[in-house]
Design a protein around this ligand. Structure first.
Ligand code: NAI
Length: 384
């Protein structure tokens, strides 16, 4: 199969590696020659590391490497069956690139975007044949994260949707089909993990280390919210939050936090700037967590119920199936359990009660319980 990837940055080079590994013939295109050179050197390093770890041998390395051709002209992508775009997150630029790419490829070539926050419908609208356009959203790092969200736009044909699912599954990935709505599944459902943690901090209930400790120890999350925001970068994480908030017409559930905004403005971006919620410079001393079990439980349960409520609401609005929502959170962001399965475990009534306690305390729309949870609690239904 002939795959072309447009944009050889973090995501584009990762996607090219995935496709090359499963034996596709890949063309990786970028406007900048330096980006292509960098991608080539980066892949070499990744493959050498895999050899060191004993995961592949020299022959396999050469096979993967030889499946990728680095190209700086679109004429070379003519024979593509699928083009995946992974350039800057800018609608104008993406639209221009899509309408140009369309002129170079055959009529039945699928044109996909890896966008995280733009609507696929708006990208498809730039094409003469918008039915061939679809969102195929990988997670970073693409070779390691199993989840891929597949997002049909209102214009996308059923044939293009089915073919895209088939291709991505054949690459060994788990597909979650999602509606073309802000944040798709993962970037929507995960918002309370950050937002509620920041709010708990802002209310003075606990500090960063304590909140992280609670989520890791009691919730079995691999990283606490503040460690994770430092890892992702406060610039990126804040921007995603703000984009989702705007895209949802300022629904208070997605309201960004001043704390995170100030950290971003101060240049406290996280690991990459050696300073975020934690200090990463050598010999830096960070505050110890308060390991009070009761405090930890209060924090963990508050964040968990907000996550469950968000997942239930995504199901209520038919964003994706229950299985896809649960798989997405486990395989896209490594959650220890699917949130809807977690809701069943905790009890739907427990979830409703917790949400109602938060709502009656704050009287904010942010804490409104999903109608789905309320209906289920009345009828005694469970998700699974
Ligand atoms: P990046 O900045 O690492 O790479 C973008 C690449 O596109 C650069 O090499 C740049 O030279 C190239 N480019 C810019 N304009 C171009 C054009 N007109 N034609 C061809 N190449 C062009 O960006 P990154 O992080 O890889 O993101 C790419 C896309 O993937 C964005 O839409 C982003 O929202 C999405 N995404 C990013 C994730 C992440 O964690 N970084 C995760 C999932 C999706």
């Amino acid at each position: 199969m002939n795959i072309s990837v447009i944009g050889a940055g973090t995501m584009g080079s990762g996607i090219a590696q995935v496709a090359a590994t499963v034996g596709c013939n890949v063309k990786l295109y970028d406007v900048k020659d330096e980006a292509l050179e960098y991608a080539q050197t980066a892949l070499e390093k990744v493959l050498n590391r895999l050899i060191e770890k004993g995961r592949i041998d020299e022959q396999e390395k050469n096979r993967i490497r030889n499946n990728i051709q680095y190209v700086n002209t679109l004429r070379k992508i003519k024979k593509s069956d699928l083009v995946i775009e992974a350039i800057v997150e800018d609608l104008d630029i993406k639209q221009k690139v899509f309408s140009t790419v369309e002129k170079f490829v055959s009529e039945d070539c699928i044109l996909a975007s890896n966008t995280s926050s733009l609507s696929v419908a708006s990208i498809a609208a730039s094409l003469e044949n918008p039915e061939r356009c679809i969102g195929i959203h990988f997670f970073n790092p693409a070779p390691l994260m199993r989840l891929v969200e597949v997002i049909p736009a209102v214009q996308t044909s059923e044939k293009v949707l089915q073919k895209s699912i088939e291709i991505i599954k054949s690459w060994g990935k788990t597909v979650a089909v999602t509606k073309d709505t802000p944040g798709f599944i993962v970037n929507r459902v995960a918002r309370p993990f950050y937002g509620e943690a920041l709010r708990i901090y802002e209310e003075g209930i606990a500090d960063f280390a304590t909140i992280d400790w609670a989520m890791k120890t009691l919730g079995n999350f691999r990283m606490g919210p503040f460690e994770l925001m430092d890892f992702i970068g406060n610039d990126i994480n804040y921007t995603v939050t703000e984009t989702v908030f705007r895209a949802f017409y300022f629904d208070p559930r997605y309201k960004p936090s001043f704390t995170q905004k100030r950290y971003f403005e101060a240049g406290y971006l996280g690991r990459k700037s050696e300073r975020g919620y934690y200090n990463y410079s050598e010999n830096a001393e960070n505050k110890e967590a308060n390991t009070d079990e009761n405090l930890g439980k209060e924090i963990f349960e508050r964040i968990l119920v907000m996550l469950i409520n968000e997942a239930a609401d995504a199901l209520f609005w038919n964003i994706a199936s229950a299985e896809d929502i649960d798989n997405a959170m486990q395989q896209g962001v490594n959650y220890p359990k699917g949130l809807l399965a977690w809701a069943d475990e905790k009890g739907i009534e427990w979830c409703v009660k917790k949400m109602d306690i938060l709502y009656s305390r704050y009287r904010e729309d942010r804490y409104r319980c999903s109608p789905l949870l309320r209906d289920m609690s009345k009828s005694g239904k469970t998700f699974y």
